[in-house]
Design a protein around this ligand. Structure first.
Ligand code: HEM
Length: 520
């Protein structure tokens, strides 16, 4: 009888015990994070130091808004802020060189935040280990050198010509055209051709693959892996058909990834693997370990290359287009500069001539600064050394080895101490002070800097030059236009501005991007 009642007592006591343990754990964790963590001395809001749910709330619930919350924290707490229990953010361009070191000997690793988001462990972008990343990157590096990207000039020009052909057709309909889609189609066609060789082209499709691009539209779901890694992982492992039924957007993405796996297999089976044919022919030909050639790993690599190589450049092109069509004087100045190297409006650009045009290149830099195609925080850890940050007021902060510290391009590129009138589009700033390039964070810096930087510049130069040389800005004052024209249609600066960070740049909900009326 006594045993019976003590058993009953123990059973009723159990939930209370579990609840108390949870309360003690949470309290203990909170006290540790606030007062004893190695990052406890870094300034910042208590809520961000206490829990990463604060970050999740802004990323997922408010839709990619944490980047702006962090910018606000800097205004309040200064250039170094603890923005999560485990991450520090620095808004000081003088710290770039130290954090994103160029030296291959200084180990710099990507942190879980971005690794979990990507769900692509096989890609260089999601390779954590410093040495492993270097080995993987070494295979791809030659493809993205300035010299090899120059060899891609015919592909880039063919794609531009293909886009003009489509624009001629759209001009006949008179309907507004979503240029973001046209640019995504063009940049995807280029990178697909480079990665795998000839294949189906988006620009040849009736709708330019709009359905796919609409599905891929940057969105808060991009942050799911950072905050709910297990859920994103589970979703990534489900068959695409199941995912299409559950969440059509994610399912369609899984379909796209499966398509890449088929392309990798096709390259593997090809008898003819001539030297330098495409990126994936070359990886499979190379003498890297067989484990590095597995389809799963190469599919991850392909996914990152295709997405990073299209969405980013396309959104920058759309921003350039907006500013040129919204500013008649700027358009006229660029046109005059282009005429010096492209006397005939119908000729396609010659890349080497575009390198020498000051306004064209300053304008591209300014667009990259103000509208970085990749908006995420470039979190890194330095496993072997403490980083010491000295604030402008002389105070020093130690970021212990292994802690995560990052910088986000939308914040750094608008640092008011570096850029005069940081929110304004002023290409001249790069003509007056070329040293500003040192602080450009849009492609990141150091050993993990964007590998596609040369390709991105060449695409931006060629497409901007080609469009501005071929088309005039529509002038309502003229009865007869002087050739084919472009005019913005219900587009404001808000349609190109970064509304939120969705890893890539996200416009405000409902934005149609840059729309133009094309007249022939
Ligand atoms: C305006 C265009 C572009 C922007 C703003 C951009 C931005 C970036 C940034 C910021 C990173 C570093 C990410 C991080 O550290 O977390 C990155 C990495 C990368 N980008 Fe780009 N990118 C652009 C165009 C391209 C193009 C055209 C390609 C072509 C393949 C490309 C391929 C990659 C790859 C493969 C990486 C991973 C590099 C590594 O981990 O070593 N990107 N990009």
């Amino acid at each position: 009888m006594a045993l019976d009642s003590s058993l009953k007592w123990a059973t009723s006591f159990q939930p209370l015990l579990v609840a108390s343990l949870i309360v003690f754990y949470v309290l203990g964790l909170g006290i540790y994070r606030l007062y004893f963590s190695p990052l406890a001395k870094i300034p910042g809001p208590k809520i961000a130091a206490l829990t990463s749910w604060y970050n999740a709330y802004h990323d997922l619930w408010r839709g990619g808004q944490y980047v702006w919350a962090v910018e606000e924290m800097h205004r309040k707490y200064g250039p170094i802020v603890r923005i999560r229990p485990d991450v520090v953010h620095v808004n000081d361009p003088t710290f770039i060189e130290k954090l994103y070191s160029q030296s291959p000997k200084l180990r710099r690793e990507r942190y879980a935040t971005i690794l979990q988001t990507l769900q692509a462990d096989g890609s260089i972008l999601a390779t954590k280990d410093h040495d492993h990343h270097r080995r993987r990157r070494a295979v791809l590096n030659p493809f993205f050198s300035q010299q090899n990207v120059r060899r891609l000039e015919p592909v880039i020009n063919d794609t531009l010509a293909n886009m003009f052909y489509r624009m001629d057709g759209w001009a006949k309909t008179g309907a507004p055209v979503r240029m973001n889609i046209a640019f995504r189609a063009a940049t995807k066609d280029i990178i697909q051709a480079y990665a795998f060789g000839d294949g189906d082209k988006c620009l040849d499709m009736e709708d330019c693959n709009t359905t796919f691009f609409d599905i891929m539209e940057p969105q808060p779901l991009a942050h799911l892996g950072t905050h709910f890694f297990w859920l994103a992982s589970l979703m990534a492992k489900m068959p695409p058909k199941v995912m299409i039924a559950l969440i059509p957007k994610v399912g369609a993405f899984a379909n796209f990834v499966e398509g890449l796996a088929v392309q990798v297999e096709e390259v593997r089976k090809a008898k003819d693997l001539p030297e330098g044919k495409t990126i994936f022919h070359e990886i499979i030909r190379s003498n890297i370990p067989e484990s590095e050639k597995e389809t799963r790993r190469l599919t991850d690599e392909a996914m990152v290359i295709v997405i990073a190589g299209s969405e980013t450049t396309a959104s920058t092109l759309a921003a350039i287009m907006y500013h040129l069509l919204a500013d008649r004087k700027l358009f006229a100045r660029l046109r005059a500069e282009l005429e010096t190297v492209m006397p005939d409006r119908n000729e396609l650009p010659v890349a080497s001539k575009l390198d020498k045009l000051p306004l064209l290149n300053a304008l591209i830099q300014e667009a990259i600064r103000l509208y970085p195609g990749a908006t995420h925080r470039q979190d890194r850890t330095c496993p072997d050394e403490d980083l010491v940050y000295e604030a402008p007021n002389g105070q020093t902060y130690v970021i212990p080895a292994g802690s995560a510290v990052g910088m986000a391009a939308p914040i750094l590129n608008r640092n008011p101490d570096t850029y005069d009138r940081p929110n304004e589009f002023i290409p001249e700033r790069y003509l007056e002070n070329p040293k500003l390039l040192k602080y450009q964070m849009s492609f990141s810096k150091g050993t993990r800097q964007c590998i596609g930087i040369n390709l991105a510049y060449q695409e931006l130069q060629t497409f901007t030059a080609g469009l501005v040389r071929r088309y005039d800005l529509y002038d309502p004052a003229l009865k007869v236009q002087n050739g084919p024209t472009l005019e913005l249609y219900q587009t404001t600066r808000a349609d190109v501005a970064i509304y939120g960070d969705f890893i890539t740049t996200g416009a405000y909900p409902g934005s149609q991007g840059v729309r133009v009326i094309i007249r022939d």
